[in-house]
Design a protein around this ligand. Structure first.
Ligand code: CDP
Ligand code: MG
Length: 698
């Protein structure tokens, strides 16, 4: 299928508000053009932030908060923590922290830093993500972590007293955890004036961020306080380097962006000179499909180019060795094609990219407080994101960006900026975290972006029904505190706590561990083989019980990788499950839960799931021939996902773990229940409405 491309028409302008611009980016500095075999040290000195080293250190010394804005790849994440350490901010046992919204970015950046500093990862430089702590309590001086993990650390150490500087990176992403963190750090600063904050981002409303941190309230001087310390934030902008990027738009809107992506990559490969290609798609599913399609087409088309392609996926949850492939330079005479989620937009820098293909979409979280449904939706990106994506093509030489949407769409329809995640999320986890930190007046909390009141009320309602909050909206004891303590979604935590009384904690913890990894199945070309493999473990009660069967089989095989291979089970995922399971058992023991097994009494297991997930209960529509369910709460139409063992089985009452929406809302990981358990589990939630509402038909 041929596509017709048309270059953007507007006059070349600099970074500011280009309207469908042809070219942007400032001219490169001459020293940056060579690329390849320079030593790590000279590579470091060539990065744009290097020129600002002294200024950055001076600003951090003299200001409570420093906001640093700089293009992706300018060296913010990898260099600034090193400068701070060299200047003594990690002396006397103190630690420099750098947060990232994404787990994969934490791992990759920490590994890079350890390499630059010539130290072993996990010693002087370490990282922590949920369920994975690669730090050393004595040795670690620079620590990378997700902002979610730093929030959790506040539960044990509310003032984060071991950190001298906290760099909140990728602040422009406005992730839910970043925003909560910013609100809390502002509070901590009042109590710990010596704490320094650095807010780093690729593009930020630096002024509004500065406004947020500007502490106008005069505060009495504390004893021994450095009175030269400025409370008004400093703003520093790192002059970017980068080459011009020519933008092309598609002439006619495409109906199938996956197909359009594949043919665009093939045509770049046929017609354009050497240089790597970076493609932005939305998630593991479409990325894996695209990798497969491109690989096949390249084999069949009898490659017109004189050189080959290496097609690689990039998304979180990728194994270590696959990550390494993405970051290592292309072998001589080969072109790398990296097919990525949003993660390559600003979180990770890939060298060698000359061409970008931008689908115009990403996966985003959307929450509807009316129906109380949150899901990940493939949605259009903003102009700000589109510019970032295009910019990735101009790092090593002038590049080209192919946008799979029309110029008219970009100019007239794309929104300028995204909506902060805070304003499109379910707030159950947020509320519980703030409550656990002793913040009672949540509506009055100083948010960088205020969440909607409806979403707040909804989450209070759910937490009340879970038995986590009492009538005064305070955490209940012990359940509320226990739920807050578990590093899991509150519904999963509640399920684990309920399993104590039901005497099935061993099994429920297994289920929780499996739900925390992306998938335990191997994605294979022949769907039929995978389906057959699944049948070997399928339980009529649903997916949770099926997971338990897989886990038991894995143990029986003595955790054999061969067994996994034979059964289309992802061995690495199962090893991760074992690790997570052990950690959850430890936390559960600390919380005083008895770890008991229900053996084969599956009913108690289903009751425990109900105790956590009653809000996700659905009922099969009477006379429904196509498996239509309605949620009990919002009467939303939902369907069982084809990957579920209950697909086409359609029990009358089910509970789902999560929803994915494509053409319809699909329930993922489904278990059948008895409706009487709902009222047992959540009397307040279900008392108001009859459980057997008359079904209406039009
Ligand atoms: O944070 P920012 O986007 O400003 O830049 P950075 O991530 O600190 O990257 C600075 C330089 O380090 C870039 O030239 C990257 O290509 C390089 N880098 C790398 O080669 N491998 C990594 N895993 C991370 C960074
Ligand atoms: Mg960075």
């Amino acid at each position: 299928m041929a596509q017709f491309w048309k270059p953007g028409t507007a006059k070349p302008r600099l970074l500011d508000d280009e309207e469908g611009g042809v070219l942007f980016y400032t001219a490169p500095s001459s020293s940056s053009s060579s690329f390849g075999y320079a030593s790590l040290e000279s590579q470091r000195q060539r990065l744009p932030v290097f020129k600002y080293r002294t200024s950055i250190l001076y600003l951090v010394e003299t200001h409570s908060t420093t906001i640093i804005v700089g293009e992706t790849g300018s060296g913010k994440t990898t260099q600034i923590p090193q400068y701070l350490k060299e200047a003594g901010w990690a002396d006397g046992g103190r630690i420099i922290a750098c947060t990232q919204p994404r787990r994969l970015a934490v791992q990759s950046v920490a590994a890079r830093l350890a390499e630059e500093m010539g130290v072993k990862l996990g010693e002087e430089v370490g990282y922590t993500i949920r369920f994975e702590d690669v730090t050393n309590s004595e040795l670690t001086r620079i620590k990378f972590l997700t902002d979610g993990v730093l929030l959790r650390e506040m539960m044990d150490d509310p003032l984060l007293s071991k950190y001298s500087v906290i760099m909140v990176d990728e602040a422009h992403e406005r992730s839910l955890s970043t925003d909560i963190l910013l609100g809390l750090l502002k509070k901590i600063q009042r109590r710990r004036p010596e704490l320094r904050l650095i807010i780093a981002s690729a593009t930020i409303e630096a002024k509004s961020m500065a406004e947020f941190f500007h502490n106008r309230k005069r505060r009495p001087q504390l004893e021994g306080e450095d009175n030269r310390l400025q409370t008004e934030p400093a703003i520093l902008s790192v002059e970017g380097r980068g080459y011009n990027v020519q933008i092309f738009y598609i002439e006619e809107p495409v109906s199938d962006y996956l197909q359009a992506t594949v043919s665009t990559v093939m045509s770049i490969h046929d017609k354009e000179p050497m240089g790597d290609i970076l493609v932005f798609l939305t998630g593991q599913d479409d990325i894996d499909t695209a990798v497969q399609m491109i690989t096949e087409q390249a084999q069949n088309s009898g490659n017109k180019s004189s050189f080959g392609m290496i097609v690689l996926p990039l998304y979180s949850g990728l194994t270590r060795s696959n990550q390494d492939l993405v970051f290592s330079p292309s072998p001589r005479g080969k072109r790398k094609v990296i097919i990525s989620t949003n993660i390559a937009e600003t979180s990770l820098t890939l060298e060698g990219i000359v061409y970008v293909v931008d689908s115009g979409f990403s996966k985003q979280r959307f929450y509807n407080p009316i129906t109380d449904i949150e899901n990940l939706v493939v949605a259009p990106i903003s102009k700000a994101s589109a510019r970032q994506r295009a910019g990735r093509a101009g790092r090593v030489r002038p590049g080209k960006c192919y946008r799979l949407y029309t110029e008219d769409y970009f100019v007239n329809e794309m929104s300028s900026n995204g909506i902060p995640e805070m304003q499109r999320s379910n707030l159950v986890s947020t509320v519980i975290q703030l409550k656990a930190l002793g913040i009672d007046n949540i509506l009055g909390f100083d948010w960088p972006a205020s969440p909607s009141a409806e979403a707040m009320v909804r989450s209070l309602e759910v937490l009340y029904s879970l038995g986590v909050l009492d009538d005064d909206a305070k955490l209940t004891s012990p359940v509320g505190f226990q739920v807050a303590e578990l590093p899991l979604d509150p519904m999963v935590s509640k399920m684990i706590i309920a399993s104590d009384k039901l005497e099935c904690s061993e099994e429920i913890i297994t289920v929780a561990a499996i739900l925390s990894v992306q998938s335990i199945w191997i994605s294979v070309k022949g769907q039929r083989e995978l389906d057959e493999a699944k049948l070997r473990f399928a339980a009529s009660e649903g997916d949770h019980v099926t997971f338990l069967n897989v886990y038991r089989g894995f143990l029986q095989s003595n955790k054999s990788s061969k067994w996994c291979h034979k059964n289309f089970i992802n061995y690495h995922a199962m090893k991760k499950v074992m690790e997570v399971r052990e950690q959850l058992r430890r936390v559960a023991q600390r919380l005083g839960l008895a770890l008991k097994s229900c053996q084969n009494d599956i009913q108690v297991l289903r009751k425990a799931v109900t105790a956590g997930f009653f809000a996700n209960a659905c009922r099969l529509e009477a006379y429904s021939h196509n498996g239509t369910y309605k949620t009990l709460r919002g009467s939303q139409e939902v369907y069982i996902h084809p990957s579920s063992v209950l697909f086409r089985v359609n029990p009358k009452w089910v509970i789902y773990h999560s929803l994915v929406s494509t053409d319809r809302q699909y329930m993922r990981n489904v278990i059948s229940i008895d409706p009487s358990w709902l009222r047992e589990a959540a009397p307040h939630f279900y008392n108001k409405q009859p459980l057997n509402p008359p079904t209406h038909h039009h």
